[in-house]
Design a protein around this ligand. Sequence first.
Ligand code: NAD
Length: 489
Amino acid sequence: MSRSIPKEIFNWINHQPFPAESGEWFEKYKPADGKLLCRVARSGVADVKKAVEAAGKALPLWSEKTAVERGETIRAIALCMADRKSEIAEIVALETGKSKADALGETEAAIEMGFFVAGEGRRNYGRTTTATMAHRTVLTKRMPLGIAALIIASNTPIANVAWKAFPSMFCGNASIMKPSEDTPATASIFGEICRDAGLPPGVFNLVQGFGSEAGSPLVESPDVALVSFTGSSDTGRMIQKTAGERLAKVCMELGGKNALVVCDDADPANAEKWALSSAFSNAGQRCAAASRVIVFDPIYDAFRERLVRSTQELKVGIGDDDFLGPVINENHLKNMLLEVERAVAGGASILVGGYRMDGPGYSGGYYMAPTILENVGADAEISQKELFGPITILYRVSGFDEAIALANNSMLGLTSSIHTGSIHRAMEYADRVEAGVLVINGGTHGSEPHMGFGGVKNSGTGWREAGLEAMDVYSDWKYINIIHDPGKV
Ligand code: NAD
């Protein structure tokens, strides 16, 4: 057991730790070596009910606070996170298997999100304008939604917490978060920090457990006004259906099968650097990972050679100078190996990787060697399905139009990137690519706290996280019509 993670992770309701009402636990293993990390409350309907009641009680006082007051509390939480950032990063690293340096970078990004949202306390703008008739002013004001269910994935656990918890709190909601079963401790320390920073009890609660047992009852609860979900498109579809039945507001941030295009006028070293980082950093467990690399024919062979060589040289492990670590759990690793096996049976060639890493340094851990495939059809299963791991596919195209057609040949549309020396090409790609985020001459991943992030097609349902756009997820508008002088109307 680790010293920085308690051996039992509880639910967090009203700023108090509770085991599951059933008394059941599940075990969480370390991705780095497969050893037991902690046991976690295995929650169900009764725990969700308890959290919903706590949130319901906290809601009136919290939602009546001014935006300035709520912003100040969020600033206090962000400051407290900054004081404890090394401890948070250690937990993130242990739970996910990423290096301490990467975990620290992620923690700092989560803190920045807190500061960005806190600053909104002094803005929180609506619109004020004239009306058709004289002696009237019309204005709009943001209103809280009520109880928000925040369901998140494990890949960047503290960033995922921050992206939902801060804007939800800021907008005056009381939230219940269901963290991923793979990263319970990161959410748990955030709950503690909220208490220490002065957030009133019941405004932010945590229910730990599996999606089908602890997530489903949250989605089904008639008291939950918003379901904000980050995860796979398959789970998202299920949740959307259930929450849609009772007309709840639903925000979906789903998967990606993101294309990085390398044109014949690209800077090859820069394109190689970003292809490596987009495909393999965080062990490819990014919604914004480049799982497809599309290269123009005249430079294809040379680019393939340099990308394969640099992939072979990548250091795998949990140290700060390693490029990627393990994937999140044993099942995920096994599924990816099966997908690669199936692709090979269908004619794909493995240029590098394609296997589980074991032996000294890797024993017991969930390490997938960084993998590049080739000779895969645009419509093959592996070209269409998100694998969420360190696997990418190289495609050869004759030119620009074929590259765009291939990039858009996906049900998903989260991010994309194009490498070119031509501003004309870059801007035409920006217009035509079906993605919510585009990077020119960089990676498919990366985000800023002040910029809305999200996808088109089956990568989402039209909402954006982060940025001011996030406020639209967690609040509703009220349109107020003021008649100043009723006598004159
Ligand atoms: P997942 O869909 O399996 O699980 C995500 C969360 O949903 C977990 O907390 C899980 O317990 C919960 N869940 C599962 N079934 C549920 C149910 N029936 N009801 C309620 N909750 C349920 O996804 P994952 O494998 O944990 O995460 C990887 C996915 O997340 C990838 O598809 C990735 O692209 C996506 N993702 C998207 C973004 C984004 O911003 N678009 C960011 C990070 C990850």
